[in-house]
Design a protein around this ligand. Structure first.
Ligand code: ATP
Ligand code: MG
Length: 481
């Protein structure tokens, strides 16, 4: 049912330019007729009909009847279609005489003629044309052939339905009486007539209905497309928001995990400040007061105060859901900032932290907080992998170096439990975790941040044990720290 509906809609949608102004666009499967007064009326109309077909990648077949000759048809085309020689040379248009087309073998055989259209269609489709546009003149019909021809015309409606075929049958008005005109109009979807420079369009009720149905289907389809587009836009907007929110949750969660470590980092300068304040009081109480020593102690208090302020600012910006920025930065800086927050957490787990940060690295374009988040996730994972592992040495090495094509390489290397071969291809998937209290978001967030920065992240085994997580970031051209 669904496929059927789709096919009909596709058929309906594919309209073609008829080239005839009063007709406008027509769907494939159109079978219409044209009553003409003079040879000029006929030629003018067919030239624009064929021109529209040729210029829209259709194969054209024009069956001419006396008094019009093939040569006259070609001459007329030459005057109107700029590329006609190319179209003739590559057989995009074929002009044949009614005698050859309808009377092959001396008799009119409606089955053979209809099969002829289909055969041209198959050939044209195989050659890559969009479809076949046909026109045939009936000036040759004699009274005795009329009945047969009417039967053929009637059968043609069915033969062209759902095919990439359009058929225009032309009738000289002079040869048609009222009865003939009625027969012709009845057997076509609609009729055109051109007399004294004016047009008449006669539509059958069925055709009117079909056109209305096409219009309705098209409108419905357009509306469905518009609805789907806005749904998709809303969904992708919601997805983006959810991703930002998840990344934010990940940062806040990590800050929670690191609370003890952070408290320690803050406590140290605060304790130092208190000690210095006591010392300052003592220097002031001395006889005489030692102002030099007092000043030294107070200066140290100011320095510690700034240090606490910095740490708090860093935590605040990590917790804040600030929009992404794009600044040139030295990747070593976010690394050092993260280390300042996490140092005591690392120590508490009996891990020794080493850094090997290259100098003069190319600057990278990026968001400082997001890069801190990546490094923090990788370090927390490394520490977790080592605290679970047995007694071996617990070593964490963070290194940076310049990679190929001006890229910057950052590696976080641990001596922990190592990567589980079963989960290797899912490592960076959202919600993949082997930890009882893990969310499985860390690495997936790392990957989306790094990829949004134009880089790559991957994991390998460390020797003799543990894992290495490496990421690259494209460096700015000619821009080093
Ligand atoms: N350094 C590592 N050594 C060994 N396995 C690791 C390492 N880092 C990550 N993994 C594996 O990858 C999984 C996914 O890591 P990820 O950071 O995405 O989630 P998580 O740490 O389990 O949870 P979350 O980070 O959301 O708290 C981990 O559960 C672990 O199995
Ligand atoms: Mg993690």
């Amino acid at each position: 049912m669904a496929t059927e509906a789709r096919d009909t809609t596709a058929m309906v949608l594919e309209t073609r330019k008829s080239g005839i102004e009063v007709v406008g666009d027509i769907p494939w499967g159109t079978h219409f007729c044209f009553f003409y007064d003079t040879k000029e009326d006929l030629v003018d109309t067919l030239i624009s009909y064929c021109k529209a077909g040729l210029e829209n990648e259709e194969f054209c077949l024009w069956v001419v009847a006396e008094p019009l000759t093939i040569e006259e048809a070609i001459d007329a085309l030459r005057g109107a279609v700029p590329d006609i020689d190319r179209y003739l040379a590559d057989s995009s248009i074929e002009i044949v005489s009614a005698c050859d087309w309808y009377f092959q073998g001396g008799t009119f055989d409606l089955k053979r003629v209809t099969a002829g259209w289909h055969e041209r269609l198959a050939r044209a489709s195989a050659r890559g044309y969009a479809g076949v546009r046909v026109t045939g003149d009936t000036a040759w019909i004699e009274k005795k052939d009329w009945r047969d021809f009417c039967e053929y015309e009637e059968g043609l409606n069915e033969a062209v339905a759902n095919q990439h075929l359009a058929v225009l049958c032309t009738y000289p008005l002079a040869a048609c009486g009222a009865v003939e005109i009625l027969d012709v109009v009845r057997t076509h979807q609609f009729a055109l007539a051109r007399r004294h420079q004016t047009w008449d369009v006669i539509e059958t009720a069925g055709h009117k209905q079909a056109k209305a149905e096409i219009k309705r289907l098209n409108e419905e389809l357009e509306q469905r497309v518009a609805e789907r587009t806005s749904q998709l836009m809303l969904a992708s907007e919601a997805l983006r928001e959810a991703q930002t929110e998840l990344a934010h949750v990940n940062r806040v969660t990590m800050m929670g995990q690191l609370a003890a470590s952070i408290a320690h980092e803050i406590n140290q300068p605060v304790a130092a400040a208190v000690t210095n304040a006591h010392a300052a009081l003592r220097w002031l109480d001395a006889e005489p007061p030692d102002l030099y020593e007092t000043r030294q102690a107070v200066a140290a208090i100011v320095k510690d105060g700034y240090r606490v302020g910095e740490i708090i600012n860093r935590i605040r910006s990590l917790i804040k859901g600030a929009p992404s920025r794009n600044d040139p930065l030295d990747v070593n800086e976010p690394i050092l900032e993260v280390i300042a927050l996490i140092r005591s957490e690392v120590q508490r787990n009996g891990v020794s932290l080493l850094t090997r940060l290259a100098e003069g690295l190319p600057l990278v374009q990026g968001d400082r907080i997001e890069l801190q988040q990546v490094i923090l996730n990788l370090i927390v994972n490394a520490v977790e992998a080592m605290s679970g592992a047995g007694e071996g040495a617990r070593e964490l090495l963070i290194s940076t170096e310049k990679g190929a094509s001006n890229a910057v390489l950052v590696a976080v290397r641990d001596s922990g439990s190592g990567l589980d071969p079963k989960g290797l291809d899912r490592l960076f998937d959202a919600f993949y975790t082997t930890k009882s209290n893990g969310m499985g978001m860390g690495l997936s967030i790392c990957r989306s941040i790094i990829e949004a920065h134009g880089g790559r992240v991957w994991a390998t085994a460390n020797v003799p044990q543990g894992a290495v997580f490496t990421f690259t970031l494209p460096g700015d051209e000619d821009c080093t720290t």
